[in-house]
Write a protein that binds this ligand. Structure first.
Ligand SMILES: [Zn+2]
Length: 812
């Protein structure tokens, strides 16, 4: 029993030990399994994109999420010299071992025991990969785990995959990760293009990327190891003796400079920003983002824009921006966002995406639309001072040269960028219709405001736009009226586009913008406005000379420049023509590089006709001055000139221009202009002293009804007939406007107003009625000066036949 008892105690102890050992083993296995687990996912790095130009030149390498700069090796075969250099340096039996190199371990163990510390790691590339993927302190314990994990990695991945993962992971100085990244950074080439010496130096650098950095104090250690690795490559048969000798002769040149990592390219920063911010459309392929930029053109344009800095600064402009676009593909070839990407003059700001007032640069789109609405390209536009009522108050446009040019041709009005005629044209085209066109051209950035917000100011720079938007809109004219969005990356699709204008309208507007003679009146003296090559060209200047713009295009390219200050300060009277056009001319010189721009292809349906230079009508026998004009077939004039008579030297203009001619006559500059239907002696047409108001008119009684003069209060007074709806009025009161309110100045008991009327027919005089009472009759220019006291006034202008116009105003 005792024996039995003792036996059973022993047996129980035995089983307890077995159980304990078993338990330990199981938990050990479980622990080891967990501690050496390998998830292929951990090898996946999210690289920041490598941004390239259209020819694959590096613009910028964006750091990845973990802050590292990484460009993965391109897919396909691993560059053999790189593989050989790293294998020779780190793991000569890489292709045969299962993840652990037993030979190396034994040798290392001997060395470490002898030294009493770790001097040799015997780390295979697989073990190094394991450490890179699961970083931690370098202890014996971790080394064992690494070794086990390496076995598991090798079971999951092929040798090729292990090598590739390692080469994409290995740190090579600063935040550079991977051999492709280091090749680009240190040698400015892809890893597949490295020489044996360069490949060996990267393998050498992997040993101590910080301590042995190429520009550090211990760069000699790097060189020594590189020679060692080259030797081993030869021993292993990777290099022939001749190749080894050549590699040792090869001077090793690292690109970049600095104490730490090399300086990677940082090109076209503003374009890179845009390309990166475009989300889906800038999806990268293998971490590479190919932009449409042409780096060499970009560098030339940058230098050129920058060369204007001093000159611009003298004129009160601290910044400039420029864009060059290939019209055929809408690819942005060059983009300069500021004079220098830096803190100076807010240079980090991107001038091509800043919303600014475009001045006159939106005018060509109005003219193109007018042509599509049936306007004749030889139409005479009234360039006379006018007051307009808009939802935002009265609008009194003025020309850049502060004068008015009377009857001007469509061509000259656009070429010289005359504001008065542009607003006159907009009033006829209709602000809403024009607004819709601007929407289609993507030039309205606040559609919630609606056309009323801008009113007639739509055509003189009220809607703010960006230089990029303007460039795309002008490319529309270059592309026969087809709007397509700009492209920044090769991944951006080539959009089929929207036909905003007919090809004919786009062609005629382009022909005008490319016609130096059409702009001589205002821009004749500016050399930059007469480029050597045939380019369509338009400038713009915003209020108080804040923004200076110039856009030029050929069928192939659109070039746009903005000059001004990012803080909105006005320049010192710099204009689009004096500030931006010279830069555009120089860029054009670079872009065309000695080649001649193509002619704009003439679409079907364009005809050429002779017209009278003054009236734009079919020349009659008296029309001495004639010129050729282009028309959309069907819009050519059919009426014979009314300005000229045979053997008569005078230009007899419609009565509409009475006010304009009167002013000009007062300045002695009437030339041969006369009013049709009136004597040739302008002193007789315009009496030197207009009849003064006989007595100050009385305001209407506060509540009483205002007499409109219907029926007439006195003998001979014409009966007033307001124009029927749709009828072109014979007489229109152009000032004041119906509903105008005038404030009395402090201390004054009346305001002085000069009433003005337009007349479409040569009537000798019109009669003015104030609150139904005849005030005076005035001959051309049909103006009457009155002093009006506080109160309400109904003003009527009536032609002898009774046709007329009426407005109501308040003096408060
Ligand atoms: Zn004529």
């Amino acid at each position: 029993m005792l024996f039995m008892k003792a036996g059973s105690v022993r047996s129980r102890f035995f089983w307890a030990v077995i159980l304990l050992l078993g338990g330990l083993l199981v938990s050990g296995v479980i622990y080891l399994e967990a501690a050496t687990r390998f998830e292929p996912r951990t090898l996946q790095l999210v690289p920041g994109p490598l941004v390239l130009d259209r020819k694959g030149r590096i613009l910028r390498l964006i750091p990845g999420l973990q802050g590292q700069r990484l460009v993965k090796l391109p897919e396909g075969k691993i560059p053999s010299l790189v593989a050989q250099a790293f294998i020779a340096a780190e793991d000569q039996r890489f292709w045969c071992h299962p993840g652990i190199d037993a030979v190396a371990v034994l040798r290392a163990a001997g060395q470490n025991l002898a030294a009493g510390r770790i001097v040799s790691g015997a780390s295979t590339l697989t073990m190094q990969l394991s450490r890179l993927a699961y970083p931690g302190p370098r202890t014996y314990h971790r080394k064992i785990l690494e070794a086990v994990r390496s076995l598991r990695i090798e079971q999951t991945l092929s040798k090729e995959e292990v090598l590739r993962a390692y080469l994409d992971r290995v740190p090579l100085g600063g935040n550079l990760v991977g051999v492709e990244t280091a090749s680009l950074a240190y040698f400015n080439k892809s890893a597949s293009d490295l020489t044996p010496g360069e490949a060996a130096s990267l393998a050498a650098l992997a040993k101590a990327p910080t301590a042995w950095r190429p520009w550090g104090p211990r760069a000699d250690r790097l060189a020594a190891r590189q020679r060692l690795i080259l030797g081993r490559m030869a021993q292993l048969g990777f290099l022939s003796p001749q190749e080894l000798a050549a590699a040792r002769q090869e001077p090793l040149v690292f690109h970049g400079a600095g104490r730490g990592a090399p300086i990677l390219p940082f090109q076209a920063p503003h374009l890179v920003q845009i390309a990166l911010s475009r989300g889906k459309s800038s999806r990268t392929t293998q971490g590479r983002l190919a932009t449409t930029l042409d780096l060499s053109l970009q560098q030339r344009v940058e230098a050129l824009v920058r060369s204007h800095r001093t000159q611009l600064a003298r004129a009160g402009a601290s910044q400039a921006a420029a864009v060059v676009v290939d019209n055929r593909t809408m690819a942005v070839l060059a983009l300069v966002g500021s004079l220098h990407y830096g803190p100076r003059d807010q240079g980090f700001n991107n001038g091509v995406t800043a919303l600014r007032s475009p001045g006159s640069t939106l005018k060509p789109f109005l003219y193109a639309q007018a042509l599509d609405q049936g306007f004749s390209s030889a139409a005479v536009l009234e360039d006379v001072e006018r007051h307009y009522r808009t939802p935002r108050g009265e609008f009194n446009p003025a020309n850049f040269d502060r004068s008015s040019h009377g009857p001007v041709s469509f061509r000259e009005a656009l070429g010289n960028s005359l504001n008065l005629s542009a607003v006159h044209l907009l009033n006829q085209v209709g602000p809403s219709a024009y607004y819709d066109t601007l929407i289609r051209l993507h030039l309205i950035n606040h559609p919630e405001r609606g056309p009323e917000h801008y009113g007639l100011g739509l055509v003189v720079g009220n809607p703010e736009v960006t230089l990029l938007q303007l460039t795309a809109a002008y490319a529309t004219l270059a592309n026969g009226g087809l709007y397509r969005p700009l492209r920044f990356t090769s991944g951006d699709p080539v959009d089929p586009g929207v036909q905003v204008f007919s090809p004919q309208a786009a062609y005629i507007v382009t022909d005008i913008l490319a016609d130096p003679l059409a702009r001589t009146r205002i821009f004749g003296g500016a050399p930059a406005m007469n480029p050597v090559c045939r380019l369509a060209l338009k400038t713009g200047t915003s209020t108080r000379y804040r923004d200076c713009w110039c856009v030029a295009y050929s069928p192939e390219f659109t070039i746009a420049v903005w000059v001004g200050n990012f803080n909105g300060q006005p320049t010192a009277r710099l204009s689009g023509a004096s500030g931006a056009a010279p830069i555009v001319a120089e860029i054009a010189h670079e872009v065309f590089a000695g080649t001649v721009p193509q002619d704009f292809p003439r679409p079907q349906g364009i005809i050429s006709r002779n017209v009278c230079s003054f009236s734009g009508l079919v020349p009659g026998p008296g029309c001495i001055h004639q010129r050729q004009e282009l028309f959309i077939a069907g819009a050519e004039p059919t009426q014979v000139c009314t300005y000229h008579q045979p053997r008569d030297p005078w230009h007899r203009m419609p009565t509409l221009y009475a006010g304009w001619l009167h002013k000009r006559h007062g300045q002695g500059g009437e030339g041969r202009f006369r009013l049709a239907g009136f004597p040739l002696d302008l002193d007789k047409v315009f009496p030197p002293v207009q009849p003064a108001a006989s007595a100050p008119p009385k305001p209407a009684s506060r509540n009483g009804k205002v007499s409109l003069g219907l029926g007439g209060a006195g003998a001979g007074l014409p009966r007033f007939n307001p124009p029927a709806p749709g009828e072109v009025p014979l007489v229109s009161i152009t000032y004041p406007l119906n509903g105008d309110r005038f404030q009395l100045l402090p201390g004054a008991d009346s305001v002085r107003l000069t009433l003005k009327a337009d007349c479409r027919m040569p009537v000798p005089a019109i009669t003015w009625l104030v609150n139904g009472r005849e005030q005076a009759a005035t001959a051309p220019p049909y103006e009457l000066t009155l002093d009006l006291a506080r109160g309400r006034y109904h003003l009527t202008a009536v032609a002898p036949d009774g046709r007329g116009d009426a407005v109501e105003v308040m003096v408060e």
